[in-house]
Design a protein around this ligand. Structure first.
Ligand code: NAP
Length: 220
């Protein structure tokens, strides 16, 4: 499994063969199909590095904005594997999916702060934002001394949060693989599409309602 990108932010690729540094490659988990393994590196490393940055542990109540998305669905599972309590936002059609991943689902939109407070009256210790544009919600539910980060909204820096870009990491991929082997992490794949349907896949992704990952399958 590999996240085929240079250390600086740079385009990825869809191709039969690519060259890349061995320090960004890890063995595929036997528990994952090739499609699932293809969907894991970018989203999984982003989720893992966000939770590492936030030092999420078993004593935390964590709010995940966008729990049903590619990054969010993996972050929910990684936080649960660390023993944290997880509350995650999604539309109601994805609430059963989030419950199955071990999160308490909450609908986003009007009244979201009140709904989060209903399930976390003392606020949350950590907020991980995988959506953007939710800073006010974050600050309204974050407990005093809480930590927060966003991968989709650089303005979190103004409120003491972290904002960063995912980096290739063989160690991180190996950790994700071990979690998959241990049954702690599954990769929800919404669809597997052939290379010819790449433009349609991007159009669908941009609508921002894919559950888990879209995977492009390149035949040889
Ligand atoms: N900085 C980085 O290193 C980095 C790395 C990877 C991705 N990103 C960025 O992070 C974001 C997430 O990426 P992704 O691949 O996980 O996206 P994605 O899979 O396309 O996200 C789709 C999900 O977002 C949910 N969603 C849409 N609007 C929402 C809202 N207002 N509140 C809560 N959930 C909402 C949808 O759930 P419903 O259908 O239930 O609405 C859907 O499940 C994107 O902006 C991406 O560009 C940044």
């Amino acid at each position: 499994m590999a996240y085929a990108r240079k250390d600086v932010v740079h385009g990825g690729t869809f191709a039969e063969l690519v060259t890349m540094s061995v320090r960004g490659v890890a063995h595929k988990s036997a528990a994952l199909s090739w499609d699932e393994a293809g969907g894991l590196p970018l989203a999984g490393l982003t989720a893992l590095q966000t939770l590492d940055r936030l030092a999420v542990s078993a004593s935390d109540a964590v709010l995940v904005h966008g729990g049903a998305g590619g990054v969010g669905a993996l972050a929910v599972q990684i936080a649960r594997a660390r023993g944290a309590r997880v509350i995650a936002t999604a539309s109601p059609t994805n609430h059963e999916f989030l419950s199955d991943l071990g999160a308490t689902p909450v609908a986003y939109g009007d009244g979201v702060v009140e709904r989060i407070r209903e399930v976390a009256p003392n606020g949350v210790d950590v907020v991980a934002d995988f959506v953007g544009g939710v800073r006010e919600v974050t600050m309204a539910v974050l407990a005093v001394g809480g930590r927060h980060a966003s991968i989709a909204d650089s303005t979190v820096l103004e409120t003491g949060g972290s904002w960063f870009w995912v980096r290739p990491s063989a160690e991180g991929l190996a950790e994700l693989g071990r979690m998959a082997d241990a049954g702690q992490l599954r990769v929800p794949v919404a669809d597997v599409l052939p290379l010819e349907e790449l433009p349609a896949a991007f159009a669908r992704s941009r609508e921002a309602h894919v559950r888990g990952k879209l995977v492009i399958s390149v035949s040889d």
